[in-house]
Write a protein that binds this ligand. Structure first.
Ligand code: BTN
Length: 250
């Protein structure tokens, strides 16, 4: 299966994920990619906005027709593809922050937004949206993000060919998507944990169901839920069920 054989390049769109959905609904094929230079309504996870200023970032979405119903590890496979693509192309090690953040030198440099369409319980298609800050300087981010956001050129300090990087990420996505389809969940979770910002035993302060609690990170379960030991008991969280506030043991 080839990802990126057909690329739809547009200078500007509301969101490459939304454009990919339109293409999916008008007969596009698995592996087609939409990329743009600017998004006017770039979407992040949890209903947030993804700032997508012109020319600076890599904004692209991939259309897939997964043949397995449980999609919970698909964002992990996508994160691993970005990690490997960035390392292969730029020799830069990035970290993966559960559940779908990409981190360089402690700053958020990108994220993944997977969206899927169902008819009842039948999966129609999935879209993997990847946003990477590439050419941004500190001042390019809105004030509230300036201390947490970074870009690949801030960390690698070299000129990056965005399109080439996208193709390399697509090559690795073929590899990790194949592993996903073959149910190689342990391989995906192990690789993810190897690059995780959180390590077993880290003490995390989180907000869950309106309460602020702290717990010890115990890893990820088979569905990629975070396992936290809270007051001596292991509890599992989906990403939508909690927000991590900080790591307390640093
Ligand atoms: C996040 O970290 O919140 C996820 C960000 C995902 C952003 C990408 S940019 C390309 C694609 N199109 C979108 O509207 N969002 C994703």
């Amino acid at each position: 299966m080839k990802i990126g054989k057909k690329i739809h390049r547009v200078p500007i769109c509301s969101s490459t994920n939304d454009l990919a959905k339109e293409l999916a609904e008008s007969g596009a094929e698995q592996g087609e990619v939409v990329m743009c230079e600017e998004q006017t309504k770039g979407k992040g996870t949890k209903g947030r906005t993804w700032y997508s200023i012109p020319g600076k970032g890599l904004y692209f979405s991939i259309l897939l027709f997964p043949t397995r119903p449980d999609l919970s590890l698909l964002p992990f496979a996508a994160s691993l593809a970005v990690r490997d693509g960035v390392f292969n192309e730029l020799n830069e090690l990035i970290s993966l922050k559960w559940p779908n953040d990409l981190v360089g030198e402690g700053l958020k440099i990108g994220g993944i937004l997977c969206e899927s369409s169902f008819s009842g319980r039948k999966l129609n298609y999935s879209i993997i949206g990847i946003g990477l800050n590439v050419r941004h300087k500190k001042d390019d981010f809105p004030a509230e993000l300036q201390y947490n956001a970074g870009s690949l050129e801030m960390t690698c300090r070299e000129k990056i060919d965005k399109e080439r990087l996208m193709f390399v990420i697509c090559r690795y996505l073929e590899k990790w998507y194949r592993a996903f389809l073959k149910n190689e969940d342990q391989k995906i979770l192990k690789a993810y944990l190897e690059s995780s910002c959180y390590h077993i035993g880290d003490k995390l302060k989180v907000e869950a169901k309106g309460n602020i609690v702290s717990g010890l990170f115990q890893g990820l379960d088979k569905q990629g839920r975070m396992i936290l030991e809270i007051s001596g008991r292991n509890q599992r969280f989906l990403s939508g069920e909690m927000n991590i506030i900080e790591v307390l043991n640093l």
